[in-house]
Design a protein around this ligand. Structure first.
Ligand code: CMP
Length: 140
């Protein structure tokens, strides 16, 4: 298995409820290392560009509004098989369908306010990491 990096976002529903530390503990307990992290306020332009791939989906405008409704924590997670491992610990997009003990089963409020985002492929991870971080900000 290769050491990979993936982009994670702790979303506004989770930062609002002071869950950053609890969510980070799930990542670290799963063997993922937080090698970059910053708490930022997204703008509509930035959130819209990040989720550009969903532009035609009916939930796009609501998703962008939600993502700017409070601070987010963007982070780079590193570890063996990090892309798939992060998706496993996050659980299904819809918390009602997420396995028990996953982040979304434990913490998400709804399919939209689902506490975390994680890259869905290694290629997207590279692009999403570059969207938020300079190479010099990533410190393994
Ligand atoms: P995320 O993994 O960040 O990718 C796209 C986001 O759109 C998703 O998590 C949810 O927060 C949000 N979303 C809202 N409604 C839906 C839906 N019906 N299907 C998928 N994603 C949705």
């Amino acid at each position: 298995m290769a050491v990979e990096r993936t982009l994670s976002i702790i979303k506004p529903d989770a930062t609002r409820r002071n869950l950053t530390g609890k969510i980070n503990a799930v990542f670290e307990d799963a063997g993922l290392r937080i090698v970059a992290q910053k708490r930022i306020q997204l703008t509509p332009a930035t959130a819209g560009a990040f989720y550009e791939v969903h532009k035609e989906r009916p939930f796009y405008n609501d998703l962008v509004s939600f993502m700017v409704s409070g601070p987010v924590v963007v982070q780079v997670l590193q570890g063996e098989n990090a892309v798939a491992k992060n998706r496993e610990v996050m659980g299904a997009t819809d918390p009602k369908k997420a396995e028990a003990h996953t982040i979304r089963a434990q913490f998400a409020e709804s399919i939209e306010a689902n506490s975390v985002h994680g890259s869905d492929s290694l290629e997207n991870a590279k692009n999403e990491i570059a969207f938020f971080f300079a190479g010099t900000e990533i410190l393994p």
